[in-house]
Design a protein. Structure first.
Length: 208
């Protein structure tokens, strides 16, 4: 009987520990962003008590303690019930966007003046340490889609307005085939940036 309780207690502790680790890693996008207000509240009311109970369990495990009296068994049972009750909230209140899946923010699609391509700017995992930008393009004749990395300093962005229709960039033709000049406009937090886009090489070069 005592061994069964110990096994169940150990399994419960592992589940609770997994829930806390999953919550912390998930809400911080593997430590790429800080917790928001909601996540902080969940951590305080569900995560901290779970950590305390996990630590109590680990200390008792390290001392090879087993419940022997009725009250000790009841106490351990209550401890397990509390850990199991708190774990679902920690498991479910995790946003995997920006971690297991990319969080992409875009402006409105546009068409190049020569009618060859649709395009817009993609901001990936904005406000995280792994944030970056890409130029999305689609060949209107072949329907081929591709993305060109941009050396935009998106980590400097502290805020951005979201509108139903907004253009952050523009592409202008050049005299060379399949080459365009990308400009960021005044509605973008980093205005007046300029890049040469080589569609054939799928590359961009910042123009200084």
């Amino acid at each position: 009987m005592h061994q069964i309780i110990k096994i169940l207690w150990f399994i419960t502790t592992i589940i609770s520990l997994s829930a806390v680790v999953w919550f912390v890693i998930g809400t911080t996008a593997n430590f790429q962003r800080s917790m928001d207000l909601v996540s902080t509240v969940v951590l305080v009311y569900f995560g901290v008590p779970s950590v305390i109970m996990i630590l109590i369990s680990l200390v008792l495990f390290s001392k090879r303690w087993l419940p022997t009296t009725l009250w000790e068994i009841i106490g351990v049972s209550v401890l397990m019930i509390c850990m199991l009750a708190l774990s679902p909230t920690l498991f479910t209140n995790v946003n995997t966007s920006g971690w297991l899946s990319e969080k992409v923010m875009t402006d409105t699609l546009q068409i190049t003046d020569d009618g060859k391509y649709e395009y817009n700017l993609e901001l990936i995992n904005l406000f995280q340490r792994n944030s970056h930008a890409k130029l999305y393009m689609k060949d209107r004749f072949t329907n081929e889609e591709f993305r060109i990395p941009l050396d935009l300093q998106v980590k400097k962005i502290r805020g951005i307005s979201i509108e139903e229709k907004v253009h952050w960039i523009s592409l202008e033709e050049t005299t060379e085939v399949n080459k365009y000049i990308l400009f960021t406009n005044s509605k973008f937090p980093l205005p007046n940036e300029k890049y040469e886009i080589d569609v054939s090489k799928r590359s961009s070069t910042k123009v200084r």
